[in-house]
Design a protein. Structure first.
Length: 179
């Protein structure tokens, strides 16, 4: 749910309301490919329930990540307009909120929304890059050691928004279930 903390914690309530109103709740049966490597996707997805595996063809379709409730899928291809660099497959019957890319691009004409949206992605991607660099053994020794001793903890920037993000995710889930 780490990606969602960056996204939902930075967006405001009206942004979340817009996503719920614009997106559609979709069931993804087990073993269904949600995103195919190299093929453009028409949606950005928020995993509402279930588990997805991320596979990369260049690594003999090895699973490189597991995504669960609250994760965002398809955000990188949305930002850079390049085809997905991995495939995403449902490991079990799952549910997603599918937000159409075209609607999201239109919403980015709202400068305030665009600022919040891109800031949240920048924070997430910077955090992912730092983790990757640390895992590869690069960087200053003390920072590597600090990351190793704290594991995969959330950094101070994200901590500011964790409770807000959790509340927004719960609110989104209740609304999409019709409660």
């Amino acid at each position: 749910m780490r990606k969602a903390l960056f996204i939902l914690g930075t967006l405001d309530d009206s942004d979340i309301d817009w996503m719920i109103a614009t997106g559609t709740r979709e069931k993804v049966p087990a073993r269904t490919t949600l995103i195919t490597e190299g093929r453009p996707s028409e949606h950005v997805y928020i995993v509402l329930d279930g588990t997805f595996a991320v596979h990369v063809a260049a690594l003999d379709n090895k699973e490189i990540a597991t995504l669960r409730s609250g994760e965002i899928i398809g955000e990188m291809s949305f930002v850079d307009s390049r085809p997905p660099s991995a495939s995403v497959v449902a490991m079990e019957d799952s549910y997603v909120l599918a937000v159409p890319n075209l609607a999201l691009k239109d919403r980015l004409n709202d400068a305030a929304f665009a600022s919040r949206f891109y800031r949240s992605l920048a924070i997430f991607l910077a955090n992912r890059l730092r983790d990757t660099v640390a895992n590869l053994g690069y960087g200053r020794g003390s920072e590597r050691e600090q990351r190793a001793s704290f594991g995969n903890e959330i950094g101070p920037t994200a901590l500011e928004t964790v409770s807000v993000a959790g509340a927004r995710m719960n609110w989104m889930m209740k609304r999409l279930r019709g409660q």
